[in-house]
Design a protein around this ligand. Structure first.
Ligand SMILES: [Zn+2]
Length: 449
């Protein structure tokens, strides 16, 4: 959730706006309302084959909404005609929210808190621990970039009271977790204990540093009952550090400011679609790049009265689960094995194979002493891997990481691996995993030639 947009009231989970409509009916309503009432979709209308056509075919005929279009259109462009944004802002029904884009793709959207909370509540029902613990009035603590969530960044440190919004305490005040001093780690550990949240929500990159530093300082941490990982890819390297100090079950919650909560990891470790709140059209990649199990996701939001999102490319790589029914028994919508990182972070080997963030992370998981990684590709054929490592094992870790990279990309690449004191964060405070400095056309992944 973006800055300062969490409601100060404690809103218990109620019945969502979906009411008794089923998934197909909600899909029809979202499409028809968007096409009829939203300026941003006026040009799509002529492409709609019409109500006599099956809804999946109608969606397939639609263009793909991108962040670029959301940004170019401006906030009012995707608000239905019956709603006046200025009136909504004055009445406090909506706020302008900046999405926490990882790169230059920040978008200002019209953000409606009740919609977001309904989406969150529906997602909680997809994990048994969350369903049991998350009542809507439970306490949460958050460790993530202060530019993504919380009361906002100011030059002076805020006291704890200023960082409590409703039932949420925002612990972090630094854009890069490496900047935390030992005193700040202790302060966060103390506040965590004082607040005693049921749930701890974290950006894995921040939570891992907190976990590692707290362990180094010998701090005994308050134990929440559930940990939600969100905001960015849950690297195995980060999970390893988080699990060293926290015993609670960990679940990945996946979504975005534009779409609300789209997937939730169940207690069996698979990601289930939030079918009460959104439609997801999965577009598989071509077989040579890892399709049909890997693909992109086009998300349609069902019930946001202020901001219509149709067929939106959310920008991450999804991997369908093909292991049969999930042991948890949930079967509505798509079930994913994982989200494999940002699409823009996908790179290619010299012989044209697609490498996702997850591919690299899975291979690096076996390297002991590795605390974080970030791959830069300054030009085709050249890779510069930046790692953070345990000081005592830094050189061995560096050599092993180089070997892993070579095993992934092959001999057609130059490799440089350096041990760093910090990785480079985006303006939002998020950390990208793989960054190419040259244009890469990722549409080849799903476009048939
Ligand atoms: Zn499940």
């Amino acid at each position: 959730m973006p800055e300062a947009t969490r409601s100060s009231a404690s809103a218990p989970c109620g019945k969502g706006a979906a009411g008794s409509l089923d998934y197909q009916a909600l899909s029809v309503r979202a499409l028809e309302t968007g096409l009829a009432e939203v300026p941003g979709y006026e040009s799509w209308r002529r492409l709609d084959p019409g109500p006599q056509t099956p809804i999946d075919v109608r969606y397939a005929a639609m263009p793909v909404l991108t962040k670029q279009e959301l940004r170019d259109g401006g906030p009012g462009w995707f608000t239905p005609r019956g709603k006046d944004v200025q009136t909504g802002l004055s009445a406090g029904d909506v706020v302008f929210a900046q999405t926490s884009g990882s790169t230059d793709d920040q978008v200002t959207i019209v953000f409606n808190v009740p919609w977001w909370e309904a989406s969150e509540c529906a997602a909680w029902s997809l994990n048994d621990h969350a369903r049991r613990l998350a009542t809507g009035s439970h306490r949460e603590a958050v460790i993530a970039s202060p530019r993504c969530v919380g009361p906002g960044c100011i030059p002076r440190p805020r006291p704890m009271t200023e960082r409590i919004i409703g039932r949420h305490l925002y612990l972090n005040q630094k854009i890069n977790p490496v900047w935390w001093t030992a005193a700040e780690i202790r302060r966060m550990a103390d506040e965590l204990k004082q607040w005693s949240p049921v749930l701890l929500e974290g950006d894995p990159a921040y939570l891992a540093v907190f976990a590692r530093r707290a362990a180094e300082l010998g701090l005994e941490l308050f134990q929440p009952q559930l940990i939600f990982l969100t905001y960015s890819f849950p690297s195995r390297i980060y999970l390893r550090q988080i699990r060293q100090v926290f015993g609670a079950p960990i679940a990945s919650s996946y979504g975005s400011t534009e779409t609300g909560h789209v997937f939730m990891e169940c207690e069996a470790g698979r990601l289930h679609q939030n079918t009460e709140q959104c439609r997801v059209d999965f577009q598989p990649w071509l077989a040579r790049y890892g399709g049909p199990l890997r693909g992109r996701m086009l998300v349609t939001v069902f019930d946001n009265p202020w901001f219509s999102v149709l067929h939106f490319d959310i920008g991450d790589v999804a991997r369908l689960d093909d292991r049969g029914p999930c042991p948890c028994g949930r079967s509505n919508g798509l079930t994913l094995a994982s989200i494999d990182g940002r699409t823009k972070d996908v790179s290619f080997t010299a012989d044209g194979r697609a490498i996702t963030v997850d591919d690299i992370d899975a291979a690096l998981a076996k390297v002991e002493g590795l605390n974080a990684w970030q791959l830069d590709l300054p030009s085709p054929g050249i890779s510069r891997m930046h790692i953070m490592a345990e000081p005592a094992a830094a050189e061995r870790t560096r050599i092993q990481v180089r070997e892993v990279l070579e095993s992934i990309y092959g001999s057609g690449m130059k490799y440089e691996v350096t041990v760093e004191a910090t990785l480079q964060h985006e303006p939002s405070g998020k950390f990208r995993f793989a960054r190419a400095s040259f244009p890469v056309d990722h549409s080849v992944l799903w476009k048939a030639e």
